[in-house]
Design a protein around this ligand. Structure first.
Ligand code: ATP
Length: 809
């Protein structure tokens, strides 16, 4: 697009700008504008609902279109089959509700409706992706609401309740998002003929979120909601949580859950303050009570296995005691989030099978919604951030591949042959390098288990990996260039973070709790290494495999600004996300192909009768004088380059009948064109068939020749073998064949008596010599294995390379 020679005076262009990302300009005569992009001459007042309709499909026009729509409260825009959503950071009631569910246009509702329609063709999945805080979870909720309404309340209510409880357990406030998911979630609905069942699969909970400082999971604040100083919002949320647990039939768990969480919270409070004073002992005792543990057992579980300090305040103070309490609190929370509560939750969700009788009962199918944690770049990025970004990198690659595949499938179904470009490979390279890093980490974790080392080895090996080397390795950190930007990771604490098992002493301690929710899985005597990264990657692999076999619908969410403000769009920031998530690739693919599509029915409706749909579209293109390279007629759609969209749209929108003379002329030209194409096709067929006959003849000839050659070869070989056999027999026994005896007989009869013996000897030795010489010729098939002595004083010796020679004794 940056072709300088294409700008003529007065051309509307976009020039790169630091503040606004792009600045609108008009090209002057002879001006050099190498980085300029063609500007859309005019946008409709509401912008384009599908960015593919842009006449000049470049990122500057796309950005302008998105901003234009966002300003009017239209946060959704399509780019072909991908839905883009910009987080409004405010309520937009005009966009939702049952009335909107019946309308077409870019919306999560339409995506859900399409997925529901297509479920009969095969399992469908809606993948919601974007940065943290971009609105993925909200979008997934909007889809759920649509499904609830369209299923006429047949969608299991427990599904919403499970999501609500999981939100408490796995969401926390971060810098980017007050309600950030710290785990991935894949919701499946299996719709049978008469029933529907649901299942929620979770992916890697960010366990390190349970910290002494900063924000913890929502459940901590909900558990303490009733306490003064926490604000009414948390108390209200606690009521919601209790209602959700009740809806799941888990009301019996409510009290132990909230008590355990409150106990963990108390321990964390005292960790943060460092040393514990004597007057805080009662606090600890109440924490123990909440956790269902005896006060003595929590003194210092790691000091000596089995030998706990006497119940004195000193046991709680400082050093290893604090670490142990941290571990205990973290493990207890992990036990709640992963071990204790999630299995019953998943079971409740999965077991909630409903009888169907409404609209969903027609045809079965499977529908999934994936809401993964978004791409993150924090101040201190640890292993968890690496795994989150690894996941997003995988999803991004999947998106690019799918996009190309979808467009190729459409072209195939419409009978078009187009080169849409190659698949994206840079992401694959980043993933390969990250795999190396994570494999190294696993090796080091194993090494640590065996020998207690591993940290230095990790550092050393990281330095050797491609990514680390490329970015200039600094001790303790390395950088990765992800699709959404470069992120620097700290390598400290990775070995601990990679081991999902709590200290055996702590696990044992929690096992003694009277609260079943805190019981962790029993361990073997030797502490096995449960690599977090290995489990996460294998879960992700399984998910990707599943998604590849499904019909996938993409929703890409964006943040309008870093400040989480509803008032403005930071154009540079939005552009960065658009570039990062590959929307420009969608546009590129569209540009390579024919981005503007009109149904043939619509075109035919604009023409007077007598034209078939395909012919009508062709006649219209000829009438509009669109170059042949700029349009294609598919099976159901007319494909057009963006530059001719306006002319066609104006023509289709105009009610006035078309000029019959113009149409007649176009029909004549189109007919001529079709004749010419038919003639070419015929010539091609004839040429190809002639070529095929010729090829068949040559193949037959080649077969005959090959047979003759084979026969000659075997004949020669047989003759050679026979001759070699004959000569070998002669050499072994010196039996003179018949013709030779005849010669000897002649000699005997023609020579005087006294010379006969000498001549006979001479003839014999000559014959033998000739025979041996014959043998000494290289022969592939025969090889004497040992030296042979021959009559007449001649010795036969074997030489290397299958040659024999005659030597005098
Ligand atoms: N469609 C919407 N309408 C109104 N507000 C929204 C919408 N989408 C997002 N928001 C606001 O943005 C906040 C963040 O959204 P959300 O939690 O869905 O982000 P996310 O992409 O899931 O982030 P993370 O990856 O961190 O979980 C929400 O709490 C809500 O206030």
């Amino acid at each position: 697009m940056a072709a300088r020679q294409r700008w003529s005076p007065g051309d509307a262009v976009w020039l790169p700008d630091k503040e606004l990302a792009f600045r609108a300009c008009v090209a002057g005569d002879g001006q050099e504008l190498p980085a300029a992009l063609r500007r859309e001459p005019r946008f409709p007042a509401a912008g384009y609902a599908d960015a593919v309709e842009l006449r000049w499909a470049n990122e500057a026009n796309l950005l302008e279109n998105l901003c234009l729509r966002y300003r009017q409260g239209q946060i959704y825009t399509n780019v072909s089959h991908v839905l883009l959503a910009i987080n409004p950071h405010r309520q937009l009631p005009h966009l939702y509700g049952e009335s909107m569910m019946k309308q077409a246009g870019p919306h999560p509702y339409t995506v859900a409706a399409l997925a529901l329609r297509r479920r009969r063709q095969g399992p469908q999945a809606i993948v919601v992706s974007g940065e943290s805080g971009a609105g993925k979870t909200e979008t997934a909720k909007i889809i759920m609401r649509y499904l609830e309404v369209t299923s006429q309340k047949e969608l299991p209510e427990k599904l919403t309740a499970v999501s609500r409880v999981l939100e408490s357990l796995g969401h926390a406030e971060t810098r980017q998002n007050p309600n950030s998911s710290r785990f991935g979630k894949y919701l499946t609905m299996r719709i049978g003929r008469h029933s529907i069942s649901t299942q929620v699969t979770t992916y890697m909970l960010e366990a390190s979120r349970v910290i002494a400082g900063g924000r913890n999971f929502h459940i901590f604040y909900e558990a303490l909601g009733a306490e003064p100083g926490l604000g009414p919002a948390w108390a209200a949320r606690r009521k919601e949580l209790e209602a959700a647990l009740e809806a799941l039939g888990l009301q019996a768990l409510t009290t132990p859950l909230l008590r355990a969480v409150a106990g963990i919270w108390r321990i964390l409070q005292h960790l943060r303050e460092g040393e514990i004073e004597e007057d805080e002992v009662s606090e600890m005792a109440s924490a123990c009570q909440l956790l269902g543990l005896s006060f003595q057992s929590l003194q210092d579980p790691t000091s000596q296995s089995g030998e706990f300090a006497p119940p004195a305040p000193a046991g709680w103070c400082g050093g290893p005691g604090a670490a142990a309490r941290g571990e205990a609190a973290g493990s207890a929370a992990a036990g709640l989030g992963g071990g204790g509560l999630q299995p019953p939750l998943s079971r409740r969700g999965a077991a909630d099978v409903r009888q169907l009788g409404g609209p969903w009962s027609r045809g079965g199918g499977e529908l999934g919604i994936l809401d993964m944690y978004g791409f993150e770049d924090l101040q201190n990025n640890q292993l968890e951030q690496l795994l989150i970004n690894y996941t997003n990198e995988r999803l991004q690659l999947f998106f690019c591949d799918q996009l190309l595949v979808k467009e190729q499938q459409l072209c195939l179904s419409e009978g078009l042959k187009l080169d849409l470009g190659e698949r994206e490979t840079s992401g694959r390279q980043v993933l390969d390098n990250l795999d190396i890093v994570l494999n190294v980490l696993d090796d080091c974790s194993m090494q640590r288990l065996r020998s207690g080392g591993g940290g230095e080895a990790l550092e050393l090996l990281l330095r050797r990996t491609g990514e680390a080397r490329r970015r200039g390795h600094v001790a303790g950190r390395f950088a990765v260039r992800h699709y959404a930007g470069e992120v620097t990771y700290l390598t400290s604490g990775w070995l601990d973070a990679n081991d999902s098992q709590p200290l055996p002493e702590v696990a044992e301690l929690l096992q003694t709790s009277s609260n079943d929710l805190l019981h962790l899985e029993r361990q073997t005597s030797k502490r096995p290494c449960q690599s977090v990264n290995k489990r996460h990657r294998s879960d992700l692999e399984a998910l990707m495999k599943k998604l590849s076999a499904m019909g996938v619908h993409f929703i890409r969410c964006f943040r309008p600004n870093k400040e989480q403000s509803a008032d403005f769009v930071d154009r540079g920031f939005l552009l960065q996300q658009l570039r990062g998530c590959g929307v420009h690739q969608v546009l590129q693919v569209m540009q390579r192909g024919f981005p503007h599509r009109v149904s043939l029915q619509q075109v035919a409706a604009r023409l007077p009768g007598g034209f078939s749909e395909r012919v009508g579209a062709e006649v219209l293109m000829v009438a509009l004088q669109v170059p042949r390279s700029d349009w294609r007629v598919g099976v159901t759609q007319l494909f057009l380059k963006a530059a001719h969209r306006d002319a066609l749209e104006a023509l289709l929108a105009d009610d006035r009948p078309l000029d019959p003379a113009l149409l007649q002329e176009a029909a004549r030209r189109s007919r001529r064109l079709r004749w010419r194409r038919a003639f070419h096709a015929l010539s091609l067929v004839r040429f190809l068939s002639r070529g095929a006959a010729q090829r068949a003849r040559s193949a037959a000839l080649r077969r005959k020749l090959r047979a003759a050659l084979l026969a000659a070869f075997f004949l020669c070989a047989a003759r050679r073998a026979a001759r070699a056999r004959r000569l070998a027999a002669k050499a072994d026994g010196l039996q003179v064949p018949a013709p030779a005896s005849a010669v000897l007989g002649t000699i005997r009869s023609e020579t005087p008596e006294d010379q006969t013996g000498t001549l006979l000897e001479q003839a014999k030795s000559e014959k033998a010599e000739r025979a041996l010489r014959e043998l000494a010729r290289p022969c592939k098939r025969r090889r004497p294995s040992k030296a042979v002595s021959v009559e007449g004083g001649v010795l036969l010796e074997m030489l290397p390379k299958r040659r024999l020679c005659l030597v005098e004794p």
